[in-house]
Structures are given as C-alpha cells and as structure tokens.
Design a protein around this ligand. Structure first.
Ligand code: GLP
Length: 259
C-alpha cells in the first residue's frame, strides 16, 4: 500500500487528479471505477477543470460506479446516478452511454447485481478503482463483516452509515436502508486502486485500513491484499496512524529513486 500524506483536502484532490491524469494519458480508453460521497467532489471538480483546459479527456473512458441506493431511480436527486451526472459527467467530455451505475430501481435487484459484475467483466475489468472510506471502514457499501471476497450484491446499510448519510436527505424524506454495491472481491479484481480520505472523522478507519489486521471488521483493510493500491490522505485523516512519518519517509525515498 502506497500511502501519500498531504497538507490539506485540496492537495489530496490534486494528488488524486495527478494520478488519474497520468493513467488516462497512458490509456485513454481506461475503465474507471468511480465513487460518490463528499470526499471525491473536490477531485471531480479538479478533473473537470483539467478537462476544460485540455489536459485530460474522458471521451474514450468507460465508468462503473460502486453503488446505488435501492429504491431510488436515477432521477431522484439523492441517487448516486444523479450525483454522478450533476457533479462530474455533466462537466467532462464523457459518453454518458459508457457510464454505469447499479440500477437502484431494478425489478430484480439480485439479478441486476450479478449482471453488473458481468458487464464489468465484459468491459475488460476495472483499470483504476477510485474509493472513499466510511467512518466504520466501509468501501462502496460493503459494511463491516462483509465477506472479503464478496461480489456485487444487495446489502443492508448499518445504522451508522444511515446516520452519516442522513445529511443528504431532507427532513422526513425517505432514506433507503438497502443498497446495491460492488463486492470487496470485485474491488480487489481492479488492476489498481486509489483511495482518498480527508478529515479527522476518518482517522480511525484509515488507521485500521493501513495498520490494522486484515479483518471483516474494517472492510477497507482487505486492500492490504491488493498489490497496487495508493492511499492519499490529509494530515487530519493520518492523525491516528502509529507512525505517519514512516510513510513520509518512504515517499521521499521513492521520489529520490525517481518513482
Ligand atoms: C458512502 C459511499 C461510499 C463513500 C462513503 C464515505 O456511504 N457509499 O462510497 O466512500 O460513504 O463518504 P464521504 O466521502 O461522504 O465521507
């Protein structure tokens, strides 16, 4: 796991954008796995600015989002489809037909989940999977005690996650308790993973992901089993690590090696 610690959330977004820009320069028709939540918003804005400036293009890119609330169709403003259209796809040169979000309104959600994994495979698999992390260590909507080899499926959200995401829903508005999420096994199949985390609220989850045992208690700890993961965090999210200086040292050494 390569851990890059930055001074601010803005620097985390810039660092993530640098990595994505470099990967798309090498492979313009890449398949990207995308994430929602508050954390990647600054990254999406930065990528959109770079697209406008002609530094990066999404015209040949295919995307698969991690998850979607069950019971919300794509027209619902709190659906992850609406989020992606509003926050990212509307601002870059992507072909919307090549963007995929699990169908929250599928008649048969279990079948739709199996089908989603098949579509990822048909597209050649995910080249780069972008992730955030929940306060309880979840990735996608793989809550604690998810199987570390799980595939895309329907999951029940934890009370913590429902409470954390309540801020996006109006008072009295229906908030789903179920979601379709790609599995941890599906995430581990990606050829590369980029996880961003900012703020002190994520510090314990970041510590468990990086330093903890690989354990279903912290689903993100499964990323320790992946050979090509970059974690970009700000100082606040790094604040519970035993030895953040170790990672700064490694980064300086890597830079000296021209990495
Ligand atoms: C949500 C999403 C995750 C996201 C996480 C953290 O529940 N399903 O993909 O990483 O919460 O969100 P935020 O970045 O808003 O803290």
């Amino acid at each position: 796991m390569r851990v890059l610690i930055r001074d601010s959330a803005a620097d985390v977004a810039g660092c993530g954008a640098d990595l994505i820009e470099a990967r798309l320069a090498a492979r313009p028709a890449a398949v990207l796995g995308l994430a929602t939540g508050a954390t990647p918003l600054a990254l999406y804005r930065e990528l959109a600015a770079r697209a406008r400036a002609g530094r990066v293009s999404f015209s040949d890119v295919t995307t698969f989002n991690l998850d979607e609330y069950l019971g919300l169709d794509g027209a619902h403003p709190q659906s992850y489809r609406a989020y992606m259209d509003r926050e990212f796809f509307a601002h870059v040169d992507i072909d919307i037909a090549r963007t995929h979000v699990p169908a929250g309104n599928a008649g048969n959600a279990r079948r739709a989940a199996v089908e989603y994994d098949r579509r990822i495979a048909d597209a050649g698999g995910i080249d780069l999977q972008l992730l955030g992390i929940g306060r309880n260590g979840h990735i996608g909507f793989n809550e604690p005690y998810s199987s570390l080899s799980s595939r895309t499926r329907v999951k029940t959200l934890s009370a913590n996650t429902i409470a954390d995401n309540a801020r996006f829903f109006a008072d009295g508005e229906y908030q789903p308790h179920l979601a379709i999420t790609v599995g941890i096994g599906t995430i581990l199949d990606a050829r590369e993973v980029l996880l961003l985390a900012t703020g002190e609220a994520k510090a314990a989850a970041v510590r468990d992901m990086i330093e903890g045992p690989v354990a279903a208690r912290c689903p993100a700890s499964a990323l320790q089993l992946h050979a090509h993961v970059t974690v970009v965090i700000d100082d606040a999210a790094a604040s519970a690590l035993d030895d953040p200086e170790f990672f700064r040292h490694i980064e300086r050494e890597d830079r000296a090696l021209g990495d």
